[in-house]
Design a protein around this ligand. Structure first.
Ligand code: ZN
Length: 403
């Protein structure tokens, strides 16, 4: 199957689950009746009926409340309201995906218009505070594409979430940390990096495929040296990217991370590089090969319960030698959408487990219970505190941000 066909198949899947099944333009009426009814809907209703007879499942045993769990992969977003400086491309604004994400945050465009983009950060903090397991989250800024003249290329930037916005908003809540984003092609990238360190950023976030960054580009070496000197980790997307309307996926090849790894940067390849291939080799296998060679390489388990990444989590967990380099990330707000439903894992969970997990209201608690049930060892959830050491970083007060 060629790349376009894979993309169409994935888009079809997301389209199917994120809109009303019978309104989906990909599916003809005949197909709805002949194909979907016997294969999906009837078995689903049968299972549902059986489960109603089984009764309400009990909570999983062995929870470890009281430990510090940091979600190190939590997204921020905005449409520019309240002077946030955030924006998304026209294409993304018109796509169904934006409404899908806003619903995940529990906001609407109208609410953002009224209260400003800061409402997204406020909702994130509130949801997190209600979590039984997750103590805090690193909220990620997102720099844009940098053009040949060294300025922000707004036309080719899919999503922009400035450091200033994330810093200012996270400073209001004691359960949120600042995750900065600096495109290394900015002429003042090193100054921005130093500034982010001073402001208490716990990491630098990139999505190379949409920010048009080549991690293997030797022009970035001074930036990597500065990161290494400050011991600030790089969280960088690896594997194919499907959350946006365009992506140069070859830039998210895990093998391109060898340059920062050799320079001593702590690198976290997001999503275990799930999905996609480079040089004919599966991205996740390429990443695992590197993890066996570089002790400063980590990966996170965010997004691995999504419907378009079925099977990747169990494959990853089979590699026992890298388990102590896995980190817990949720990829919020996607955990609050139907693409992460426990029903997606019907082949790996009992009906009792599915009903229990489905019944959990808090998105982080649901995510933790789902990942626990799928075999993620407990110390993966608690590892971030030791890696990021937030107590060692300066904590910028809200009042300082408003000076
Ligand atoms: Zn993400």
């Amino acid at each position: 199957m060629n790349a376009q066909a894979v993309r169409l198949k994935e888009d079809y899947f997301i389209g199917m689950i994120s809109s009303n099944l019978f309104d989906n333009p990909f599916i003809s009426k005949g197909l709805q009746i002949k194909f979907l009814l016997p294969r999906f809907i009837a078995p689903f209703l049968t299972i549902l009926l059986c489960c109603a007879c089984v009764g309400q499942a009990q909570p999983a045993q062995g929870s470890s409340e009281g430990e510090i769990i940091i979600d190190m992969h939590c997204h921020a977003a905005g449409l520019g309201y309240g002077g946030s400086g955030c924006f998304v491309s026209d294409k993304l604004r018109k796509s169904f995906k934006i409404g899908f994400y806003l619903r995940g945050y529990g906001v609407t465009k109208k609410l953002l218009e009224e209260h400003g983009d800061g409402l997204i950060i406020q909702k994130t903090s509130e949801q997190l505070r209600a979590s039984r397991y997750v103590t805090s989250a690193i909220v990620l800024a997102m720099d844009g594409v940098i053009g040949p003249d060294g300025s922000l290329d707004r036309k080719n930037t899919e999503i922009y979430v400035p450091n200033e916005f994330v810093l200012q908003e996270t400073a209001k809540y004691d359960n949120l940390y600042f995750g900065a984003s600096v495109n290394p092609y900015r002429p003042d990238a090193i100054e921005r990096l130093k500034q982010a360190v001073l402001e208490g950023a716990l990491l630098i976030k990139w999505i190379p495929s949409i920010m048009q960054i080549d991690p293997a580009d030797e022009r970035i070496i001074p930036f990597y040296r500065e990161m290494s000197a400050h011991n600030i980790p790089l969280l960088t997307h690896a594997g194919n990217e499907r959350s946006f309307t365009m992506a140069a996926n070859e830039l998210s090849d895990p093998k391109r991370l060898e340059l920062p790894l050799r320079l001593g940067v702590t690198v976290i390849a997001a999503h275990a590089a799930a999905t996609g291939k480079n040089d004919g080799e599966d991205n996740m296998e390429r990443l695992i090969g590197l993890m066996e060679s570089y002790p400063n390489l980590y990966t996170d388990i965010s997004s691995l319960t999504q419907i378009n990444k079925l099977g990747y989590l169990s494959r990853l967990l089979r590699h026992k030698n890298i388990l102590d380099h896995l980190l817990y990330g949720a990829d919020y707000p996607l955990i609050e959408t139907c693409i992460c439903s426990p029903w997606v894992h019907v082949a790996d969970l009992t009906i009792k487990q599915i009903f229990y997990i489905q019944g959990i209201r808090n998105p982080w608690d649901r995510d933790i219970e789902l990942k626990k049930a799928l075999g993620v060892p407990w110390n993966v959830f608690t590892r971030s505190k030791r890696l990021f050491r937030p107590e060692k970083r300066p904590r910028i007060a809200f009042s300082w941000c408003h000076k």
